[in-house]
Design a protein around this ligand. Structure first.
Ligand SMILES: C[S@@+](CC[C@H](N)C(=O)[O-])C[C@H]1O[C@@H](n2cnc3c(N)ncnc32)[C@H](O)[C@@H]1O
Length: 253
């Protein structure tokens, strides 16, 4: 029997969007088991931890910038807004934004940044658990960037999709689980140490399959990869899924 002890690697490097994993347990047989209890306590801890300073660069997500530039500004919800880069960018483009997140520390940073950017009056910050929240309104744009609450990922996307107004846009930017064995950069066992756990990600096909064609027109559905520098300066590749869809007007159906 091996005398190697299971090793727990804290790896909460969400900022550079390398994926967020609470603990990676390397069992003595060498297999990785990923725990991902992405609950309130977890996210609070992340946003108050040492790494919070390096999290959220302040630059908006490039997919958002690319996809939303042609939309007429209206009301927007950023679901799981973190430190607010995307919500603030939308506000500077004329949107009236609600930024919702479970972590008070993230929202404090977001509010400071909004004030610095002189868009505070255009953004409302809501501290809430999106797995149970009911906004009580519908938005012209509902977007999310890498939010993965403690609920099944596709059910989370179902929830936020239901908050899109008729003719409004749903924009999902999510983690794409990447099997590192495919490109030889991983540590084996089908797990990418820089990637999110499979349960926190979804493919473009899985997301669009849940969008009823009678109600939605899918505008963009793609999976992409981009190089980035991680929080500790190491080069990494971000694997993204991007889905943009427009809710049809009742008359279109
Ligand atoms: C990976 S971070 C991404 C933050 C930001 N959207 C970005 O791209 O930098 C995921 C965010 O989702 C938030 N979050 C996770 N679970 C949530 C929940 N149940 N309700 C609201 N926000 C949640 C976290 O607090 C965190 O700020």
């Amino acid at each position: 029997m091996s005398n190697r002890q299971p090793r727990i690697v804290e790896r909460a490097d969400m900022a550079e969007l390398t994926g967020t994993t609470r603990d990676v347990v390397v069992a003595d047989d060498g297999h990785h088991q990923v725990e991902h209890t992405f609950d309130n306590e977890y996210w609070d801890q992340i946003w108050q931890g040492d790494r919070a300073q390096s999290m959220g660069t302040g630059r908006p997500n490039p997919h958002l910038v690319q996809e939303v530039g042609d939309l007429v500004p209206g009301t927007a919800l950023d679901a799981g807004c973190g430190a607010g880069a995307e919500a603030i960018w939308l506000a500077t483009r004329g949107w009236q934004v609600t930024g919702a997140d479970i972590a008070p520390a993230a929202l404090d940073r977001a509010a400071e940044r909004a004030a610095d950017a002189e868009v505070a009056e255009r953004v409302r910050w809501v501290r809430t658990d999106l797995s149970t929240w009911e906004p009580g309104t519908r938005y012209d744009l509902v977007t999310t960037h890498y939010a993965h609450p403690a609920m099944p990922q596709l059910e989370f996307y179902d929830r936020i999709a239901s908050w899109v107004a008729p003719a409004g846009t749903l924009l999902i930017v999510g983690h794409l689980h990447h099997d590192a064995t495919a490109d030889g950069h991983g540590h084996g066992h089908g797990h990418d140490p820089d990637g999110p756990p499979a349960s926190a990600s979804a493919t473009a096909a899985a997301i669009t399959a849940r969008l009823d064609p009678a109600q939605w027109e899918v505008v963009t559905a793609q999976e992409s990869h981009r190089a980035m520098t991680g929080h500790d300066g190491h080069a990494t590749t971000i694997h993204d899924v991007l889905v943009r869809a427009t809710r049809r007007l009742p008359a279109d159906r």
